[in-house]
Design a protein. Sequence first.
Length: 181
Amino acid sequence: MTTPGFRPTHVVPQDGMPAWEVPDPTRPTVPLDALLPVQLAERRGDWAYVLCANGWSAWVDGRRLVAVPQDPPLADGPLTRAADPRPLLARAEQALARYRAAVEELAAGGLAGEAFRGRTRGLRLGVVVDGESMWLYDAEQGRWAYADGARLSTYATDDGPRAAAGEAGHAPTQVVSPDGA
């Protein structure tokens, strides 16, 4: 359940990330799930204290957080099928139902751990609802979408920007470590 007033400022990288109870690498805790929306609460050098959409809080390597836009895009123009949030909501419900069914079968002893991992492999779901605002992770498109109740627009994506058709491609900016790797 999301805390009232929660508004994500970042998401966890797509591979998840380690977390700590305090900014001390000798005291790890449960890692954070991939693409989990978080709200940055405090910074101490490279350390970041985050409040998570799932109600948890932890210290993480703040350099690895993926920033999201401060304000969601405004929904303007007429509603189109591509901007209708209902198909994405239906896919989120289906993914959650598949996960819940696998958990129920595992808890009832009808499914072994490896079979559970196989049945849930590839399932991805992310939902934050705050009043009329909603952020949904669209696993098919690799994006977070923002909905205001009637319209849906892209909020953040897994992929970097692409050149428009017919434009000359430019190499993306690359981050390199101090040793040049």
